[in-house]
Ligand binder design. Structure first.
Ligand code: HEC
Ligand code: HEC
Length: 504
């Protein structure tokens, strides 16, 4: 009987006196020996021979000893190989348990809870042309893009953007661009340069309202994304989750700066620096979005309403596409209607502000609490935590639930140079083309797509993508030394680390 063990060695045992028949394969050189049978003689001394039935010699001659020692050495190395290759660390995948996010803070006042409820409703609501949708837009509701594992999250497993040409009725004027796939992430597109070579960098909405039964007289054309793909002039961003965003908003600039200055020795040795993305006018630290480009939830909401849905508002009052025949609502499309009522963007901001962070678990599936807590230690030891700061504290806040709280976000909210591998060549505020905000990792356990462009749904690939040598345009990734240390971990340690990430 010859059994294959994990593709790296073949070993089998037969009955006495042939103790074992071993075929040794060494993974490094790919060499396989012929089957070698080991025997125990009647006196208990080890002897061996190539063929069955031949009488065993009680002692070994010099040549036999040499051959035996070669076999033992090869066997030793391949045994080490077997032990190492016994399993390879693997991302356990999104946790299947009920959503650990999407609820308000337990400690809200009744007024705050009311604001949360009204905000959540507005956030999930689908808007039409009479509410100002378009002329160009990415989707019809905030909640459609921010939905995994619950309202406020990120891209779901099934891409909702196909609904635009389906039940939402925009099929006549639009095709779904090739980079949007049914089981891929929601992506928004930016073009890096204008045709004349100057920088663009802005979001180009995927769809137009032209062709919709309500858009009579509007004839604008959908942007030609396939040409931009051919020109290599397009990059993608997936939605970031908003759970716990109110806490992130309340972390003071001095806390962010002090945290960046912490662990200077370890950071210097590992080549980690990092810097905040400061707003050009008031000098405060922006912290929302993949490049930490926005300072507040109200600002992000106003911008998203205009950029994602084409709905102008008090913060972004001018239409991005001013084609006169394509306006079907007053401009700005959504404003504060009276002193007794909030506008949509205030409602969105309230929902996000009162939306609690995801709840981590101590164990799940095959990941024991022992493994999860070991993984957390490895996360710190290899240096992930030098960028992904486990906790920052909020300062004073008008909202009691947000006041002096520990924020377990796993981010320093700062920008880091990630090298050419991740660079998107888009400038935002102070952020260079290869700089990104350290992604907050809370909620990772129930997320499907990772990194700014959603290039992977595998945590191991997301980690490996941090490593990147420099080129003529961008320097090497600040994470290189940490990723080398991660790669140097044993498979068991890597598994613990992955289990820890999926517990968040
Ligand atoms: C078409 C999909 C889509 C829609 C619709 C959408 N978003 Fe987003 N959202 C995104 C993407 C993509 C990002 C990341 C943008 C970036 O950083 O470049 C994002 C990021 C955000 C963030 C930043 C969170 C953080 O911590 O980084 C907030 C806040 C936000 N969106 C609010 C909203 C609101 C409010 C609406 C509705 C008005 C909305 N979004 C509609 C795709 C969408
Ligand atoms: C130099 C700072 C730095 C270090 C060190 C670092 N990261 Fe990151 N991490 C980032 C940045 C920046 C991003 C966002 C990159 C992007 O989307 O292009 C990120 C993204 C991620 C993501 C994807 C999250 C998401 O929102 O899609 C995971 C998972 C992650 N890091 C885990 C780790 C682990 C595990 C380690 C340690 C082995 C580590 N990181 C070390 C800066 C760092």
């Amino acid at each position: 009987m010859i059994a294959k063990v994990r593709g790296s060695a073949v070993a089998a045992a037969t009955c006495f006196p042939e103790v074992a028949s071993v075929r040794v394969w060494h993974s490094a050189c790919g060499f396989t020996t012929p089957p070698i049978r080991l025997f125990t003689g009647s006196a208990g001394t080890a002897s061996w021979q190539y063929t069955h039935g031949q009488k065993a010699e009680p002692t070994l001659n010099k040549k036999q000893w040499q051959l035996l020692s070669v076999v033992l050495v090869v066997a030793f190395f391949s045994l080490a190989g077997i032990i190492q290759a016994q399993f390879l660390a693997k991302d356990p995948g999104p946790r299947g348990d009920p959503a650990g996010a999407g609820v308000p803070y337990a400690a809200l006042t009744s007024d705050e809870l009311e604001m949360f409820d009204a905000g959540r409703k507005e956030f999930a609501e689908e808007d039409g042309l009479d509410e100002g949708l378009g002329p160009r837009f990415n989707f019809v509701s905030c909640g459609g893009c921010h939905s995994q594992p619950d309202v406020g999250g990120t891209s779901p497993a099934m891409n909702p953007l196909f609904r635009v040409v389906g039940d939402l009725g925009f099929g006549a004027g639009n095709v779904v661009p090739s980079f949007i796939t049914p089981d891929g992430p929601i992506k928004e597109a930016r073009f890096q340069y204008n045709p004349n070579g100057t920088r663009d960098g802005g979001v180009h909405a995927l769809f137009v309202i032209a062709g919709h039964p309500d858009a009579v007289g509007c004839t604008i054309q959908q942007a030609n994304f396939e040409r931009q793909i051919l020109n290599n002039n397009i990059i993608f961003r997936i939605p970031t989750p908003i759970f716990g965003a109110g806490l992130i908003e309340q972390i003071s600039d001095s806390t962010i700066v002090a945290n960046l200055a912490g662990n200077p020795f370890a950071k210097r040795i590992l080549g980690i620096s990092g810097r905040p993305n400061r707003n050009g006018n008031d000098g405060r630290i922006a912290r929302f979005g993949w490049k930490a480009q926005n300072q507040s939830l109200l600002l992000f909401s106003g911008e998203a309403y205009n950029v994602e849905m084409g709905i102008t508002n008090e913060l972004f009052p001018i239409e991005r596409d001013e084609t006169g025949t394509c306006q079907f609502a007053m401009v700005p499309n959504n404003v504060t209607p009276s002193i007794r009522q909030l506008s949509a963007i205030e409602n969105f901001a309230n929902f996000q502000r009162f939306l609690a962070p995801p709840t981590p678990v101590s164990s799940f599936g095959r990941a024991s609490s022992f493994s999860v807590s070991r993984g957390r230690q490895r996360f710190t030891e290899v240096g992930c935590a030098l960028c992904h700061t486990p906790a920052l504290k909020t300062d004073n806040s008008s909202v009691a639930a947000l006041r002096y709280q520990n924020v377990n976000l796993f981010s320093d909210l700062a920008l880091h140079g990630m090298g050419p591998g991740l660079a998107d060549d888009i400038l935002q505020g102070a952020a260079r083309g290869d700089e990104f905000r350290t992604s907050p990792l809370w909620g990772l356990g129930q997320r499907i797509f990772f990194l700014h462009d959603g290039r992977t749904n595998d945590l191991l690939e997301a980690i490996r993508a941090h490593g990147s040598a420099g080129n003529l345009k961008f320097g090497p990734s600040e994470a290189n030394a940490v990723i080398d240390r991660f790669n140097g971990l044993g498979e068991g340690d890597k598994q613990d680390l992955l289990n820890f990430l999926r517990s968040l």
